[in-house]
Design a protein around this ligand. Structure first.
Ligand code: KE4
Length: 432
């Protein structure tokens, strides 16, 4: 494949220096390009559907800072609202009306959420939901699914997805057995395996947590009946059902995957989009469960910057923008055009590829598939994905630097951006 190498001198210099300062030169592992080869590009600025690196190269962005940029980067209404909020200070460490406003929006939008607690990341949201589900049921074990990622808290780092899958980390060192002995795993989309775990661990399982649409093992959709089956099984065994919608929340639909699929869990975690690019996570659900959280109840969880006025402001404005009529129809249309186009091009150029999209989330596996779970996903040709990623990067298209991540579109992506992306993909796939 003849790539017109882009100039990345400054990126390389900055990244080289970063590696002496921070582990791997990054603030989060997946950014290091470990599984796609080459060096990460260092961003200088972002706007709408585009990013510019420190060498001045422009890219169409399908990572969108891993989900938050669903309205496009640096949306003028979000940045204007932030500028106004800045004049009132950056942090209160005390109640603000902004938390009420965003809480009401989240409660109005997400079917399962009657009460919500804001935190600073998806990881914190999953930590909080784990503690309250264990307290409510007085049970310690949980079921998670292979390849699903629920942040980096000890208990969840078992057969996790995202950066753990990307780096092929079996299970992270530093996680004591005591922290994961209660973490049971099953293949995604396998209700029989879940039922067997419930039978083997009667009355010990607090709940089942999952990504209702997987984005951290690559893009894997739930099989028909899977979510409904989990709802029935958790009811049958007196356990809670938790949807980790940190990635799918307000992306699959305004009310998340639970609205799209019509399955209401007991608890939900959120992040990314509800912060509009600033650090926000949240967990919420049934009032009788959430009322256990301190100081209303005994389940302790806290955070210096939780409910931060700047983050609340960005989240409020972002959700307001998403409420506009036609939002999700547009996102679904352009993302379907992209995903279908990529699959068609792969077929025409003779590559074994499968994948798909739901609303503004898509994925492509370099394997013939079908991919129903993480084992299927791992059959992908990750070396070929790496060459595809590099080729697209050379042509100004920025995809997630891992086969085990999903892609994200935004309201700022235009038909022309999709056409340009497909033209680049044709070129790369023809020479892969
Ligand atoms: P954070 O702690 O990264 O805000 O959220 C953790 C998390 C929890 N649950 C789901 C479903 C998630 O997707 C995430 C974080 N997603 C990854 C992207 N696959 C964040 C990117 C990164 O780790 O750098």
């Amino acid at each position: 494949m003849v790539n017109t190498p882009i100039k990345t001198t400054k990126s390389q210099e900055i990244f080289a220096a970063a590696q002496n300062l921070m582990p791997g030169g990054v603030s989060s592992p997946v950014r290091a390009f470990k599984s796609v080869g080459g060096q990460p590009i260092v961003f200088d600025r972002v706007k709408d559907a585009y990013i510019w690196d420190v060498d001045g190269n422009q890219y169409i962005d399908y990572v969108g800072t891993w989900g938050p940029a669903i309205c496009g980067h640096a949306h003028p209404e979000v940045t204007a609202a932030l500028r106004e909020a800045l004049d009132k200070g950056t942090s209160f460490g005390a109640p603000s009306v902004l938390e009420n406003v965003l809480a009401e929006m989240v409660i109005d939008a997400v079917p399962s959420i009657e009460m919500v607690r804001f935190v600073n990341s998806g990881t914190e949201a999953c930590m909080g939901v784990l503690r309250v589900m264990r307290a409510f049921t007085n049970r310690d074990k949980i079921i998670k699914f292979e390849g699903c990622y629920h942040g980096h808290a000890d208990t969840f780092l078992v057969k996790a997805g995202s950066g753990v899958a990307t780096l092929g980390l079996p299970d992270s060192p530093g996680v004591p057995k005591s922290a994961t002995s209660g973490t049971l795993t099953a293949p995604y989309n396998d209700l029989e395996a879940v039922k067997a775990l419930f039978e083997e661990n009667k009355d010990e399982i607090a709940g089942v947590i999952l990504e209702p649409v997987v984005g951290n093992a690559g893009f894997i959709a739930p099989d028909a009946g899977f979510l409904e089956g989990l709802r029935e099984l958790t009811h049958e065994y007196g356990a809670l059902l938790v949807f980790d919608e940190v990635m799918t929340g307000f992306r699959i639909a305004y009310g998340g995957a639970q609205e799209k699929f019509g399955v209401t869990p007991d608890l939900t975690t959120l992040g990314k989009v509800i912060g509009g690019g600033l650090p926000v996570g949240a967990y919420g659900g049934r009032r009788d469960i959430m009322s256990l959280v301190a100081p209303a109840g005994p389940v302790y969880q806290a955070g210096t910057l939780s409910g931060n006025p700047l983050a609340m402001t960005a989240g409020i404005k972002t959700l307001e923008l998403l409420q506009k009529p036609g939002t999700y129809e547009y996102l679904d249309r352009i993302t379907k055009k992209l995903a279908d186009g990529l699959l068609q091009l792969a077929k025409e150029t003779g590559h074994a590829v499968c994948g798909g999209q739901i609303s503004a989330m898509f994925g492509l596996f370099f394997t013939s598939g079908p991919v129903h779970n993480y084992e299927d996903a791992k059959k992908s040709d990750t070396a070929k994905f790496g060459r595809f990623h590099r080729g697209m990067l050379e042509r100004g298209i920025y995809l997630a630097p891992s086969q085990f991540e999903a892609g994200f579109t935004s309201l700022a992506h235009t038909e022309e951006d999709i056409d340009q992306t497909l033209a680049a993909a044709r070129d790369v796939l023809s020479n892969l």
